[in-house]
Design a protein around this ligand. Structure first.
Ligand code: DGJ
Length: 692
């Protein structure tokens, strides 16, 4: 962090020195790019001029308990065009945020043609870029590549979500191939849920330049006089503890600096109805599932899609989005019967909604077809179920509708403790009936500003309802929406083996209490893979634990294992959800699999370093494979730690490591031979150890 901290402070000092100082080093503009070559800000002034040369006018400082912020007011040398540069440095976390406020008093609107959130020079060297790429059911695959001369660009053009395909977070190793726990690594996240572009440019031999911001593609922003456009924040860090150091900085920032709603609190163990019963909701089935989750020791039941609809029933994904009324054909006694049933079982109740969406087969569409995003004179492009559209969140009436739907649910049913907020469509119809014709290119941006405004209203009134951010799985795992949500759904793929990989990549930037991880069924419906219940539990237990299956289909052994898992998880929850993550062995690490077992392992350590939990998963199973020694990290070398095996497989005794003591130095340098034996034909072995 120090290196970048110094760099930013030096730039701030340089800008403070006098009014003649140009802002180019912090914000290269078109018309003033000099040696930096690519601009971070391009505008076309009201009179058609496209050049911009910003000079510092004034610098102010904010210094409070949490952060120091430098605010530099700049002005163009010719036009009444202003940019205020913000640099916020958090005190207890090695994260810096930058963003710009853009305004003008020109005679007519100014066109913002590119408007990044931050620019940073990076040193020359053997730089490697790591970014997360993935898709529905296969999210967050770390993609690693060497940066070469030229411009590398990572973008997302979904419109509504931005964590499927390419995500808005990257790491850059300054020391060759990135390592997990060593080496200098820069990490950055653009706090935005819409289209973005992250660029690393090496346009000459002198160095690399980093830019991140909203993707200007089809998004020229038309800025009226006196209107202030605030770019999303760019958050970045620097660590000489490798990628793990970058992750831990982001996790702490999310938890303690308000980037994750209620970030420093733990989350409940839940059962979600989706993969258990899909749209086949009945009062009887829901109450039976509540009985099950309560019997396991769970704390919350979430009724997913399928509970609503009037004239149009929600029996599949092709109808009723927008008609947020309880379907009394399925739930004759309304939500009241369900919230009461939850109360009787001492668990909480949660519900699914998809507020930004509408089906053409809905009463809402019959009443307000103009509320859907649409292109003038063109046929509608329809999404999920062949009938789904996205509501026009730029329209204040639609914002009110979305707010009122949540408000109505929570006022009528104050017992609702949890909302799963889904978003299953990208913006395919790029037109708004609300925005004026000359501001249609504001759509991609104003959509998200409207969404954020609505979420702010909801949070102001309902700060304590837990809200899950879901978008066809992990499509909205980003820091743009995180301040309004308590957690996000990591993936629709609950196959425990693939989850090890998906959760691994997701943990690069997001803390474990934000990562919703559910025990799925076996054989798993999407992949057909059979995995033991212990493995499924152990994989889900490394984040926010939940389950998503039909408990009625479980065997007695599976039920008993889940009960043990829930009990142990409750005792370890604070450590897992709020501890410091150390990734030990990557599932992506290549090994000669027949000779050596493919393994993944991670651990959490508390701040005092006197309590830790270790997860180890065997991913390949061949007879007579050699075991893998796992070296631990993050412990106090001087302390002695005693191991206790947790969530022991039903019918087995804890393994030989249980009860043994080792110094932190031994565990971190020599490591442990974790028994992930395949001798007994056990596919997908796993172990959890508590260290005290
Ligand atoms: C997509 C989500 O990712 C799933 O978990 C589920 O809620 C479905 N939508 C419901 O339609």
């Amino acid at each position: 962090m120090r290196r970048f901290g110094i760099c930013i402070l030096a730039l701030c000092t340089c800008l403070m020195v006098g009014t003649s100082v140009r802002a180019i080093e912090m914000l290269p503009t078109f018309g003033d790019i000099d040696h930096i070559h690519l601009p971070a800000l391009i505008v076309q002034h009201a009179d058609g001029d496209q050049s911009l040369q910003l000079k510092a006018q004034d610098t102010t400082y904010i210094d409070n308990a949490q952060y120091k912020e430098t605010v530099i007011a700049t002005k163009d040398m010719v036009h009444p065009f202003y940019v205020t540069i913000h640099v916020r440095q958090w005190k207890d976390v090695a994260i810096t945020e930058t963003w710009y406020e853009i305004s003008h008093t020109e005679k007519k609107p100014v066109r913002l043609q590119r408007f990044d959130s931050g620019y940073l020079p990076l040193e020359n060297g053997d730089l490697y870029l790591v970014h997360l790429h993935g898709n529905w059911a296969g999210e967050a695959v770390p993609t690693v590549e060497r940066l070469t001369r030229g411009v590398k660009s990572i973008r997302n053009s979904d419109g509504a979500r931005n964590a499927h395909l390419d995500a808005p977070e990257v790491m850059i190793s300054l020391d060759g191939m990135p390592q997990e726990n060593s080496g200098r690594v820069f990490g950055a996240a653009l706090c935005w849920s819409g289209n973005f572009e992250i660029r690393v440019a090496a346009t000459d031999e002198k160095g690399f330049h980093f830019y991140a911001g909203i993707d200007p593609m089809a998004s020229e922003y038309i800025l009226s006089p006196k209107q202030v456009f605030t770019t999303p924040h760019l958050a970045y860090t620097y660590s000489n503890e490798g990628m793990g150091g970058v992750s831990r900085a982001f996790h702490r920032w999310a938890r303690t600096c308000g980037m994750l709603h209620n970030g420093n609190t733990t989350r409940s163990i839940l059962l979600n109805s989706w993969e258990g019963i899909y749209f086949d909701i009945t009062e009887e089935r829901i109450i039976a599932m509540m009985n099950d989750i309560a019997a396991f020791g769970g704390e919350l039941f979430v009724m997913d899609d399928g509970w609503f609809g009037g004239k149009y029933q929600r029996n599949s994904d092709d109808a009723a989005l927008g008609d947020w009324i309880v379907d009394t054909r399925k739930l004759p006694n309304g939500l009241e019967a369900l919230t009461q049933a939850a109360k009787d079982r001492h668990i909480q109740f949660g519900i699914w909604i998809e507020p930004e969406a509408i089906n053409t087969r809905s009463e809402l569409f019959e009443k307000h077809p103009e509320w859907a995003l649409q292109e003038r004179g063109r046929e509608l492009k329809l999404g999920r179920g062949g009938t789904q559209l996205v509501l026009d969140m730029t329209n204040p009436k639609v914002q009110d509708f979305v707010f009122e739907l949540v408000d109505d649910l929570l006022t009528k049913h104050p017992e609702i403790a949890y909302i799963k907020w889904d978003a299953n469509a990208s913006i395919q119809n790029v037109g708004s009936t609300y925005l004026p014709r000359d501001k249609q290119s504001n759509l991609y941006i104003d959509y998200h500003l409207g969404l954020i405004k609505t979420l702010e209203r909801i949070r102001a009134k309902y700060p304590n309802v837990v809200i899950q951010n879901c978008a066809s799985g992990g499509g909205r795992a980003n820091y743009g929406l995180m301040p309004y949500f308590d957690e996000f759904w990591v993936s629709d793929n609950n196959d425990a083996l693939q989850r090890v990989y998906i959760q691994w990549g997701t943990s690069y930037f997001f803390p474990s209490n934000s990562m919703a991880q559910h025990i799925g069924g076996s054989p798993y419906l999407m992949t057909g893979r059979t995995t033991p219940i212990k493995f499924r539990c152990d994989v889900a237990m490394s984040g926010r634990l939940g389950m998503e299956l039909q408990p009625a289909h479980m065997t007695d052994t599976e039920r008993a294992q889940c009960t043990t898992a829930f009990k142990d998880y409750k005792e370890l929850r604070e450590l897992i959800q709020l501890g410091n993550l150390y990734r030990l062995v990557s599932p992506y690490e290549p090994v000669p699999v027949v000779e050596q077992q493919q393994v993944a392992s991670l651990m959490y350590v508390n701040d005092a370093k006197d309590h830790a939990v270790l997860f180890a998963y065997g991913l390949s199973s061949f007879m007579k494979q050699s075991s893998r020694r796992i070296r631990l990290a993050g412990l106090d070398p001087e302390r002695t730690y005693t191991l206790t095996e947790r969530n022991v497989r039903q019918g087995e005794q804890p393994c030989a490591l249980d009860g043994q003591s080792f110094t932190g130095a031994y565990l971190m340098s020599v490591g442990l031979d974790i028994p992930l034996s395949t001798e007994y034909n056990i596919d997908y072995p796993s172990r959890i150890f508590e260290l005290k």
